[in-house]
Every structure is written in structure tokens, then in C-alpha cells.
Design a protein around this ligand. Sequence first.
Ligand code: FAD
Length: 270
Amino acid sequence: MNAPAKTEDFAIKIPDGVYAETVLSVEHYTDHLFRFRMTRPAGFRFRSGEFAMIGLMVGDKPIYRAYSIASPAWDEELEFFSIKVPDGPLTSHLQAIKPGDTVLMRKKPTGTLVLDALTPGRRLYMFSTGTGIAPFASLIRDPETYEKFEEVILTHTCRDVAELKYGFDLVEEIKNHEFLSEIVGDKLKHYATVTREDYPFKGRITTLIENGKLFSDLGVPALDPAIDRGMICGSSAMLKDTKELLENAGLTEGANNKPAEFVIERAFVG
Ligand SMILES: Cc1cc2nc3c(=O)[nH]c(=O)nc-3n(C[C@H](O)[C@H](O)[C@H](O)COP(=O)(O)OP(=O)(O)OC[C@H]3O[C@@H](n4cnc5c(N)ncnc54)[C@H](O)[C@@H]3O)c2cc1C
């Protein structure tokens, strides 16, 4: 595996419309998951929940993939939460980045998991599996989320307990954060479940919605289109199944140009 290049190695090759940013920190969670933080370009604006194309020079060619920005819009740095795909064209290299390395980012962020795409409501559900927690890592750290909703429920389902750690770290970071802790208070509920190990909360989120365990565990009523809003981020199969359950409960899918009761985005292609 080649070490990722530093800016000076390819400064003249950086394409137009692309930022070259410096990695600040890297934290590995499991053999398959890590997070990293990098500098934020001056003038780079995005809405919490959006994704951008990030990349690396591999040889003399850039390779880009879509990545949800996991940090909130107000943060001076950018954070990402990443899978490590064995032999993945990007992540087999990205997993080796170290502070000081250069990561590329295309200039235009986009996405549907934004507060603007939802009509007003009282309770916001964020349903995520695996790295699908990334856009919600941004939104749960954005004060606007708590201005718009009285209660925010983040569900995160993974195969193994070790894969839940990023979510627990986020909640801990919010609790310890000077101003976020006050804004968030007890409005955020984190509901973590696993599918392949013993754990107090077990099962696919769709099963737990269907059998009502999600709601009884949280002490909230069943889904109600007058009150509840949803955001979903996971595999194509998870999106399809969760979307169906929300639609059965009477919620309709929205978009940036047509806000409604829930929005979805794929956590990866495949
Ligand atoms: C809108 C959008 C947002 C995304 N946000 C993120 C993010 O925040 N973090 C992140 O790690 N990835 C994210 N992805 C996936 C990302 O774009 C890449 O697919 C991933 O980084 C792997 O790149 P690769 O080149 O190594 O392998 P690829 O060739 O891109 O992927 C190889 C195969 O690995 C599997 N795979 C890829 N990504 C994932 C994943 N995240 N979880 C489980 N299996 C996966 C799929 O089966 C895929 O076919 C996002 C994708 C989309 C469409």
C-alpha cells in the first residue's frame, strides 16, 4: 500500500474545483471503521447532514467517493466517519492516512438529510445503520436541530457492539461540550442495537419498529405523522424497509424542494 501523498508532492496537479486539506487526527475504532478530522477550507459552506466528494491522489490520479460530513456546520474542522473496505479503491488507501497528510474534497456539498427538507414537527427520528450514522453525527451536534425539535431520537444498528462506539463517543462529547451540553440537555436519546452479538438492545431497527419495542423502550407513542419526522441513512435494503414502515404509519417522503415528513439517503452504493 502506498502512503498517501502530501500536498507538496502533487501541488501542481490538484484539479480545479477541489480543496486540498490537511488531516488533523485519525481514530481507529475497529478493523472496519475509523474517523478522521481535517482542516476546513475557508469559505466552504454546507448544511449539517450534507455529503461531499472526498478523495486521495492514488498514483497520479485522484479517486473520489461520497462522504457525509460528520461534523456540524458551525465546526471549524471537518470530521468524517469511514468504512475500511478491503481492496476498496479509496478506503484501502484512506485508512492509512496520518495527521499532516492531504485529503482532497470537491467544492460542492449536497444531500437530502437536511432540516430544510422536513416540515415542522415535535420529535425527530434519525434511523441509521453502520456508517449511516455519519450525517446524524453532524445533525445531533447542530443547535438548529434542537431549535426545531423538542425530542431527537438517534437509532444506530450495527452487527457488533464494537461498531457502536463512535455513536457513544459522540453522545459523550456532547455531554462534555461547553455550550452544546446546555442546548441539547435531555432532548437527545441514543438507541443503539446490534444484530449479531448479545446486547441489551438486539435486532434490526425495522423489527423493533414493527413490534413496537423501539417505542416501549423509549417510552414514546407509536409513529404519528402529526408529530414525528424521520431521517433514514443505511444500506439500500434498510432504506427500503424503513421507508415502507414510515409510509405505513402515514408519513410521506420529502426532498429539498418539497419538504415533508421524512427523508432518506444511501450510506453507500451496493
Ligand atoms: C451519499 C453517500 C454518502 C456516503 N457517506 C459515507 C460515509 O460517511 N462514510 C463511509 O464510510 N462511506 C460513505 N459512503 C460510501 C463511500 O462513498 C464509499 O463507497 C466508501 O468509502 C468505500 O469506498 P471504496 O472506494 O474503498 O470502495 P467502493 O468501491 O466504493 O465500495 C465497495 C463496496 O463496499 C461496500 N461499502 C462501501 N461503503 C460502505 C459503507 N460505508 N458501509 C458498508 N459497506 C460499504 C459496498 O458493498 C460497495 O459496493 C457514502 C456513499 C454515498 C452514496
